[in-house]
Design a protein around this ligand. Sequence first.
Ligand SMILES: Cc1cc2nc3c(=O)[nH]c(=O)nc-3n(C[C@H](O)[C@H](O)[C@H](O)COP(=O)(O)OP(=O)(O)OC[C@H]3O[C@@H](n4cnc5c(N)ncnc54)[C@H](O)[C@@H]3O)c2cc1C
Length: 560
Amino acid sequence: MANESPSAADGTSRPVTIFGPDFPFPFDDWITHPAGLGSIPEEHLGAEVAIVGAGISGVIAAYELMKLGLKPVVYEASQMGGRLRSQQFEAAPTGVVAELGGMRFPVSSTTFYHYVDLLGLETAPFPNPLTPASPSTVIDIEGVTHYAERLDTLPELFNEVARAWADALESVEFTRIQDAIRARDVTTLKSLWDRLVPIWDDRTFYDFVATSDAFSKLSFHHREVFGQVGFGTGGWDSDFPNSMLEIFRVVMTNCDEDQRLVVGGVEQVPRGLWDHAPSNLIHWPAGTTLAALHSGATRPGVARIAHADNGFAITDVWGVVRHFPAVLTTCQSWVLTTQIECDESLFSHKLWTALDRTRYMQSSKTFVMVDRPFWKDKDPNTGRDVLSMTLTDRLTRGTYLFDNGDDKPGVICLTYSWMSDAMKMLPHTVEHRVRLALSALKKIYPDVDIASHIIGDPITVSWEADEHSLGAFKGALPGHYRYNRRMYSHFMQDDLPADERGIFLAGDDVSWTPAWVEGAVQTALNAVWGIARHFGGSTHPDNPGPGDVYAEIGPIELPD
Ligand SMILES: Cc1cc2nc3c(=O)[nH]c(=O)nc-3n(C[C@H](O)[C@H](O)[C@H](O)COP(=O)(O)OP(=O)(O)OC[C@H]3O[C@@H](n4cnc5c(N)ncnc54)[C@H](O)[C@@H]3O)c2cc1C
């Protein structure tokens, strides 16, 4: 997908970013504007806000609320960072990690990168298939192995599939939508996108592919290849049952393009913000950090959220009760009905339905550390890399190679899979998972002894087995647009009954772009706006916030 851009209204040209399409608000501009995010009335400065969860949305909301002069009180049941978890290999040099959750971050995630840059973290291109960051790619499908360094060196079938996908997207005005995103032309973007919502909310990704003119002209095998290897980031077929709107958002905002990793692990972002002293604090003395406001560490997990006089009573897992005038929950929404005892009156029944109908996808990853990036060795017979980034229809699905430099151990993500492929791994021990993956890879690389390079202990994760997550990320099904809109719009509380105000939602599963960190960040910023307003705060006229323009450009409403 080309990145040339037409000119924006002000004569400058911008790249494609995660700007809408449902709610085209410039979160990246809002947070960098010199006027700041707003102000809170004097009498509320220092007021406490409970934040449930220290993943990226909880930490960013806490950081921005602290800057506004409120006192965030963050509770975490498990690990800070949540699904941005970088697990260090035992006894390895610092920074040799397994990225258990998010690992490849599209440059279109401009709000997320604002915080990465604020912390001065180094990033590097992610070794995706057929990108310059992967020296070579192997596609192994139906027992036939293809080796390539670029897409155009693969057999014609793969190029036909790539062209069919591009043509299918053009049938829904892909280029015009991307041009409107680049130009930040809200009127055009909304008119193009809002037309697609009622049509494609009811239909699956598979339906779109199978009924498109472009794929209908080709064989079933083309569709199969598309599902099994995909393009950009790897296989797509795990997403085939999802609402097509969700896939449109991914490709139209370039989530699947130009992705980078955070050198040394993405967990440095939430941890870094925890310790970062912002320069423009209101109310708090210079040098104040989230860590300092919390005596160093988060409070324990939350066991109960209840209404109380003038707000909410939060009970932690040790039975300690504290009262707050406002609460932000950032845990996955199923946690609110399975782990935390919540007063039913916190939300309307319609919102509870939306929260509980959320559908999570499963995901499993298994990593090993190896003595060196041996995959760059050349096979003496073929002259090719001995091992490549590998996409396959076998058990492993995607194998990724992380080169930490010739002087450091390398890391191999032996298998990264979703949905039924992840479920195949669920009951197995880490050792068995490694054996299964090695055995699948042996069929593709019969002469390579990967096991002989393994050092240290392997690392694995199944997010659906984590009681504090219950799944990897939302994957909305057909008919879920209305649910998504209810959850996303909940930060706009002026029209809610008084007893439903003051509790806010943020995070990946409230967003329009689940599985992409930018959605978690943007919903955190919506919540910051909502919480500031709850305390009678307002934004600067030169820098209106998401809630100030929501009525005008918010997500289209479908009839109930
Ligand atoms: C396998 C996987 C791959 C991904 N890949 C990418 C990628 O490549 N690129 C990308 O941009 N994004 C990716 N993502 C998405 C990204 O990781 C998420 O969008 C983001 O990390 C979500 O942040 P969050 O704050 O919304 O939720 P979380 O990180 O889940 O934070 C919620 C927190 O709430 C805590 N919690 C739960 N219960 C309680 C309780 N009772 N009390 C207190 N705290 C509680 C949890 O422990 C957790 O820390 C991926 C996610 C996964 C799982």
